[in-house]
Design a protein around this ligand. Structure first.
Ligand code: ZN
Ligand code: ZN
Ligand code: FE
Length: 763
């Protein structure tokens, strides 16, 4: 009930609407304490639109209140706006109260992502006098799991995986006390009433419990064992990153040849020398989302098995109390922390599943009793031009909405691409993007795709019959095929249009005429060829393809994307063989030539990703790539070691980039014995120049001044930096995906945006 009292003429009464991530993050107790400290009366409540406040008191104190709502909000909250929805002259006397939530009305409640343990909880964790001393499940309204324990909305303990743990009197009292940091903290627990950890050996037999389990696990890690460790959204495989033998063993058992492992460092100090730590990287590393951050290497070296042949290492800091306890108990200060799976399977998150699938891989299991409701991988973030750019969006970010726009009213379900899949759901003014799901060719990942799709639509109360289903034009993607199983109307969207649309949607460039450069490895084009070096122009609802990389042949088709030497032959066929053959391996060239002769499986491609592969092969990359983009990453690492400013010619004429002068110049340099680092660099700078030339030519003729960059090729920092800086000098505004990946993890957002255009009768 609103507090009663008589009106005081000097005051004011305001109704305030607070929007954003303001539920399940300690916002109401914060409002309560703030109002009390300012001597205001009124109430606060959660409702489906966020938080609603009525505050009454002198005008200047209400002013201070409003400002503090934004400035002093709890770390885990994201206040998107405070709006005065009603204003009345005259204050009301009385106290300030927290009211029961209003459940009626719109179903949209923003679900908070999982949050790293907060400073206050950490202090308690290591305070011998605290009842939660060394308790690995300590949390409060400012921190802890959210999305990964949520079974259904509204977010209340009986609808979380904590439902089977009943609160002890002390926890209960804290849970009910509006002034307590654990007021309505759904996962609240203590050693008396909450879950615990146990350590099992490699066969799954229990060895130790509670504190002893953690101490022994830390010792096993020191001794070089590989441990499966249950975390927030799944199991990790952990081992000492400074122990080459342990890392090599993990690689062999995980069937992971070269793909870099992520690290967890005890703290920032433990990273010193191994990675460069600019302030923006430190901010990101210590943010409540605690993503894996891609960092430039420092002078100190790690065993090559950790991250072979790449210029950066992916590092995160401890984010659960358990991680902190492991380091405290003496675990090595740099751990490999990779997802608990084999090869390309999704991360294991159910205990039985982990024990079964990781049997023979892990030499011990550190298993906690709190169930995980859904799989949520670690997020990966890069820094592009000093700003965070998502590489893999999951823990700490999902399922926060990426776009808020009133035009999204009718539900749209966007199914994403085939690789690095994530899906999107648009409804009631929001576009939600799911956590990273993975490569759908993998059966478990496909299963996760289906689960996530039903999970998201159920959570946001979207009936599947009502949702417009948007999928990739490629009919063979498992996501496209699954569209047929869904009841709603369907819309197929071209892959590279979706890439550009993702930038438009993320940055709200709805009416803006943009030049969009969509560069990646593969996507089915509207003319049946394989696209991947495309330029679009127009506002979103009228995007035209206005340019592309000249087409080359792709011997072996999309399946050959893993053989850079085959791609090279496709780009060079027609040029004198004596010129290029010496720089490629014998066997793959023979295979490619015979494929070309037979004409079988040789589509045309305008893929820039394949051009990168071709250049990498000529510069000496050999054999089959063991992960997507490996050859291009290798070439970029090489180019970053170069010093020169020369660039190979990459002319853009009549809507086409001609790659021949570029590759001819590259071959000439190789024949002259120029250092490969310089050759790789000139290739990069040539591409950058060609892109800028295209932007200038098209921008001038169309009168456009805004550029959108999307597609996996833009993960390339050297190319990205050169293009962005040059375009800015020419007066362009340049946008790229930051909240979703520029790679295929961002496709679903673009599909949702194009779906919306279709619903509006545009595009
Ligand atoms: Zn906390
Ligand atoms: Zn308790
Ligand atoms: Fe793509």
């Amino acid at each position: 009930m609103p507090s009663s009292g008589h009106t005081s003429a000097e005051g004011l009464t305001l109704r305030l609407r607070v929007r954003g991530v303001v539920q399940g993050v300690g916002f109401r107790p914060f409002v309560y304490r703030l109002a009390q400290s300012l001597g205001l009366s009124g109430w606060v409540l959660n409702d489906p639109e966020g938080v609603l406040i009525e505050a009454s008191g002198p005008e200047e104190r209400l002013q201070a209140f409003q400002e503090a709502l934004v400035r002093q909000a709890p770390a885990a909250a994201r206040v998107e706006g405070v709006e005065v929805v009603a204003r009345e002259v005259g204050g009301k006397e009385g106290t300030f109260v927290i009211r029961e939530s209003a459940a009626q009305g719109l179903p949209i409640t923003l679900i908070s992502p999982d949050l790293a343990v907060c400073e206050e909880c950490l202090r308690e964790l290591f305070d011998p006098a605290d009842p939660r001393y060394l308790y690995p499940y300590i949390n409060c309204t400012h921190c802890g799991p959210r999305y990964s324990i949520l079974l259904d909305l509204p977010y209340d303990r009986p609808r979380t995986t904590m439902r089977d743990f009943s609160l002890c009197p002390r926890c209960q009292a804290q849970y009910e006390d509006p002034l307590d940091r654990r007021f309505h903290a759904q996962p609240v627990a203590c050693p008396q009433c909450g879950p615990h950890y146990a350590l099992l050996d490699g066969e799954g037999q229990p060895v130790a419990e509670r504190e002893e389990a953690i101490a022994l696990a830390a010792r096993w890690l020191r001794e070089g064992r590989i441990l499966a460790v249950k975390g927030i959204g799944g199991y990790h495989l952990a081992c000492d990153a400074q122990n080459p033998e342990a890392v090599a063993r993990l690689r062999a058992r995980k069937y992971r040849k070269d793909k870099p492992f992520a690290l967890m460092a005890k703290d920032l100090e433990a990273l010193e020398g191994y990675a460069l730590l600019p302030p923006e990287a430190q901010t990101l590393l210590t943010s409540p989302a605690r993503p894996i951050v891609l960092l430039e290497r420092g002078p100190k070296t790690l065993p090559p098995e950790v991250a072979p042949g790449v210029p950066e290492i992916g590092v995160m800091l401890p984010y659960t109390p358990l991680h902190h306890l492991l380091f405290w108990a003496g675990a090595p200060p740099l751990l490999v922390m990779t997802s608990g799976n084999r090869s390309s399977e999704p991360i294991a998150y159910r205990d039985e599943e982990a024990l079964e699938r990781l049997q023979g891989l892990a030499e011990g299991f550190l298993v906690g009793e709190r169930p995980i409701a859904r799989r949520v991988d670690d997020s990966v973030v890069a820094l592009l031009e000093g700003r965070p750019a998502m590489v893999r969006r999951a823990r700490g970010y999902a399922p926060s909405p990426v776009v808020r726009h009133p035009r999204f009213q009718k539900p749209i379900l966007a199914l994403g691409a085939g690789l690095k899949n994530a899906i999107a759901l648009a409804t009631e003014g929001y576009v939600f993007v799911s956590q990273h799901i993975g490569d759908l060719d993998n059966l478990d990942a496909f299963q996760a795709f289906v689960e996530t799709l039903h999970d998201l639509t159920r959570m946001y109360r979207v009936p599947l019959e009502e949702a417009l289903v948007v999928h990739d034009l490629h009919p063979d993607y498992p996501s496209s095929r699954y569209a047929e199983a869904l009841p709603g109307p369907k819309l197929a969207v071209q892959h590279h249009r979706a890439h550009i649309a993702a930038v438009v949607a993320e940055h709200g460039l709805w009416e803006e005429p943009v030049l969009g450069f969509a560069f990646d490895g593969t996507g089915l084009g509207e003319d049946g060829t394989v696209w991947g070096g495309e330029v679009f122009a127009g506002p979103l609802w009228a995007l035209q393809r206005v340019g592309h990389l000249d087409t080359a042949l792709l011997p072996g088709g999309e399946a050959a994307a893993r053989y850079p030497e085959q791609a090279a032959v496709g780009f060079l066929i027609g040029q004198e063989e004596a010129l290029w053959r010496p720089f490629l391996g014998e066997k793959p060239v023979a295979v490619a030539l015979s494929l070309l002769k037979s004409g079988a499986r040789t589509p045309k491609t305008s893929s820039l990703g394949r051009l990168f592969d071709a250049a990498a092969a000529l510069c000496g990359f050999r054999g089959r790539m063991s992960y997507e983009g490996q050859a291009a990453i290798w070439l970029e690492a090489l180019a970053r070691q170069g010093r020169g400013e020369e660039a190979y010619p990459f002319p853009f004429r009549e809507g086409r980039w001609d790659y021949r002068p570029l590759l001819m110049a590259l071959l000439q340099d190789l024949r002259r014995g120029e250092p490969r680092e310089e050759v790789a660099r000139r290739f990069h700078l040539g591409l950058a120049q060609g892109v800028v030339e295209a932007a200038l030519t098209l921008g001038r003729s169309l009168g456009f001044k805004t550029v959108a960059l999307s597609g996996g090729v833009w993960h390339n920092k050297l190319l990205h930096a050169r293009v962005v800086q040059a375009l800015r000098r020419e007066g362009f505004q340049v946008f790229w995906n930051q909240e979703v990946p520029v790679g295929d993890g961002g496709i679903a957002l673009g599909q949702a945006a194009l779906g919306q255009m279709a619903l509006e009768g545009l595009g």
